[in-house]
Design a binder for this molecule. Structure first.
Ligand SMILES: [Ca+2]
Ligand SMILES: [Ca+2]
Ligand SMILES: [Ca+2]
Ligand SMILES: [Ca+2]
Length: 501
């Protein structure tokens, strides 16, 4: 571990020395490094050019996450129309690709927040580290207001900064003392070294100095945490943690447990209960969201299910209606059970600019290895008047297919926001098992057109591949009123920002 910390420190030095150089590289468009960006940002269909993916046993191939395709055949009711869109987008959008870090530590996720309150957004990047080491870390990229200038510093969690599979942090003033704090979930898959951990870092007011508070350390029975929400579950006006513990210690042993940890505050102290309240033992998913679905002023929980062995029975996308959170009473409802294993579901108010709330979800399947299974999809759900009924959906993906590798599935993480500046929400979607990153342009309202942001189909894992990408944040990083897109590449080990030309 200490050697690993030394290695990270060395990389920091190299990065800072090369900051100026990397910005010059971007401006002069080095083809070897960046490829021909202009050609990559056109919306041509590249599926016809894909080469068979090669299985590389020796590669670092941590998947995000691992796919288990159901053995039962599920009727494919959502086969997308593979024809060309009815209308071409009004104007072709091109992007400049800016290299933030050409040698990070296998980045998987990013959280954006102005951590030091200097007016410049900072990026906190969850880095898995090389697969063989089973140890990652968080790096802060301190913002300067310029897209090509960031100062990298390892998040100082005290002593040994190694974390097994760190996942995206949440930044908030958790204890209410006016200073920002950080909450970290971590752990993944077989948990060979360390399994699920939850801790929060209490801000001291000094830059990158924190007091660490453990909540869960090396969770028993090999459960791990993907995502956390800081929300008040029980309505006592003290923040709690909503999360989900997933398990996949072997193909036969996987599970989801939806749970929350109560925040306990006195006049002088704040802590989280270290014993969770289990909302569901057996149903849940990586990214639960706390939002009132049925309009009764009690917030409910929506989630995409992944580590569940009976998805077609238990639901690809589900919600838990809050009956009485204080007494832990919730009713499960199935949104859709025909999409296979699924990754994320976001409730988005005013998605089409018409004031109506809808939902966007992605599944996480492999139709190359399971041609009769569900098709890879990006779904828009209408929320019915009576949301306990199934939610009608349409698949807006026209060209996503996982590489034909047993541990891969598509698509993956997505983000939403206005990319083009027309006031309508667009999407950025990691292909994950598909080795491209996509964006979905909304124009006109309610119509999405899929584009490849970067990468090419069928890329082998490793250098140059946009597979297993994370980030997927749409955010204005330089304060010019135009949103950028952050993409972290696990396979290619790069961090990029895409700026609209
Ligand atoms: Ca800052
Ligand atoms: Ca605080
Ligand atoms: Ca509470
Ligand atoms: Ca901007």
């Amino acid at each position: 571990m200490s050697n690993f910390y030394g290695l990270v420190f060395c990389l920091c030095l190299i990065f800072c020395i090369s900051c100026g150089e990397s910005s010059r590289v971007n401006k002069t468009e080095q083809p070897d490094e960046a490829g021909d960006l202009d050609s990559e940002t056109t919306d041509k269909d590249q599926a016809g050019h894909s080469e068979p993916a090669e299985q590389d046993e020796t590669n670092d191939s941590a998947e995000i996450p691992d796919a288990e395709i159901p053995d039962t055949e599920i009727p494919d009711t959502d086969t997308p129309d593979n024809g060309t869109p009815d209308s071409e987008p009004a104007a072709e959008i091109e992007f400049e690709r800016i290299l933030v870090d050409g040698n990070p530590n296998k980045p998987a996720f990013v959280t954006v927040d102005d951590l030091d309150n200097d007016g410049h957004p900072d990026m906190i990047v969850a880095q898995y580290g090389p697969m063989a080491k089973f140890s990652g870390n968080y790096d802060i990229y301190w913002g300067t207001g310029k897209l090509d200038e960031w100062t990298k510093e390892t998040l100082n969690i005290g002593g040994d900064n190694g974390i097994s599979y760190p996942h995206p942090v949440k930044v908030a003033d958790i204890n209410g003392d006016g200073i920002k704090d950080i909450l970290s979930p971590s752990g993944f898959l077989a948990c060979l070294v360390d399994c699920g951990n939850l801790f929060w870092l209490e801000g001291t007011g000094e830059r990158n100095k924190w007091t660490k508070h453990e909540i869960v350390s090396n969770m028993k029975d090999k459960y791990f945490f993907f995502d956390v929400s800081l929300v008040d579950i029980d309505g006592d006006e003290v923040v709690d943690i909503l999360t989900n513990a997933s398990k996949k210690s072997s193909a036969l042993s996987q599970d989801e447990k939806l749970m929350w940890f109560k925040g306990i505050k006195t006049d002088t102290t704040f802590e989280f209960d270290t014993t969770p309240t289990i909302i569901s033992d057996g149903n849940g998913g990586p990214f639960p969201r706390f939002v009132d679905i049925n309009g009764d002023d009690k917030k409910d929980i929506v989630v995409a299910q992944f580590f569940n062995k009976k998805i077609s029975e238990n639901g690809s996308f589900i919600w838990f209606e809050q009956v009485d959170a204080q007494n832990n009473e919730w009713n499960k409802h199935i949104i859709d059970n025909e999409s296979g294993e699924s990754f994320m579901l976001e409730i988005i108010d005013d998605l089409y600019g018409d004031g109506i709330r809808r939902a966007v979800g992605v599944n996480h399947v492999n139709s190359a290895s399971k041609p009769n299974g569900p098709k890879e999809g990006v779904f828009i759900f209408d929320i019915p008047e009576e949301p306990t009924q199934k939610w009608p959906k349409k698949n807006i993906a026209t060209d996503i297919q996982s590489r034909n590798l047993s541990n891969q599935a598509a698509p993956g993480l997505f983000g939403y926001g206005d990319i083009t500046g027309n006031g309508l929400i667009d999407l950025v979607v990691s292909g994950d098992g598909d080795s491209r990153v996509f964006w979905f342009e909304q124009n006109p309202a309610g119509t999405f057109t899929q584009h490849t942001l970067d990468g090419f189909a069928g890329a082998s894992m490793g250098a140059g591949s946009f597979g297993q990408a994370g980030g997927m944040q749409i955010v204005d990083l330089d304060g010019d009123g135009i949103n950028e897109i952050i993409v972290t590449l696990y396979e290619d080990n790069k961090i990029y920002i895409y700026k609209r030309k």
